[in-house]
Ligand binder design. Structure first.
Ligand SMILES: [Zn+2]
Length: 127
C-alpha cells in the first residue's frame, strides 16, 4: 500500500473514532486502500466511486485524488462488516442500495465528521 493510501486511511479512522456507531473501533490491521479503475468500468460498479469488500477498499480515482469523505464512507463500511460480517453485505441483496440502512449510516458518518471544509461535502456517488 502506498504512503498516500496509508495516510488517507489514518485520516478516515481518526474521523470514525469520534463516532460510537459500534462497540469497538475500526480495526486497521488488514485494511487496504487500492485504486482499481477497471472495476468501475463493469456494469454493476459503474455508478460508484468506491467499493468496499470487508477489509479491501477499492476506489476509481488514484488514491491521492480520492476525497477524504469517500475514504471515510468506505472505511465505515469496513467497520460495519467487522461487526456485521454477514448481515451487512446480505442487507444489500435484500434491501437494495439507495435506502439501505448501512448505506445511510456510512453517508451520515462521513457527513457528521466532514469538519469545516464544505468543499469536501460533495454529493458524488459512494458505493
Ligand atoms: Zn456506501
Amino acid at each position: 500500500m502506498t504512503p498516500a493510501a496509508r495516510a488517507a486511511l489514518g485520516r478516515a479512522k481518526a474521523r470514525l473514532d469520534g463516532l460510537d456507531l459500534y462497540p469497538r473501533p475500526v480495526r486497521m490491521r488488514f485494511v487496504r486502500l487500492v485504486t482499481a479503475p477497471w472495476l468501475f468500468r463493469l456494469p454493476w460498479f459503474r455508478r460508484f466511486d468506491g467499493y468496499t469488500m470487508w477489509d479491501l477498499i477499492l476506489v476509481r480515482a488514484p488514491v491521492e485524488a480520492a476525497s477524504d469523505d469517500l475514504v471515510c464512507h468506505e472505511l465505515c463500511h469496513t467497520w460495519q462488516m467487522q461487526h456485521r460480517p454477514l448481515r451487512m453485505p446480505i442487507s444489500y441483496l435484500l434491501r437494495g442500495y439507495e435506502r439501505n440502512p448501512y448505506e445511510l449510516e456510512a453517508r451520515r458518518a462521513a457527513a457528521l465528521t466532514s469538519g469545516s471544509n464544505p468543499s469536501h461535502s460533495s454529493t458524488g456517488t459512494r458505493g
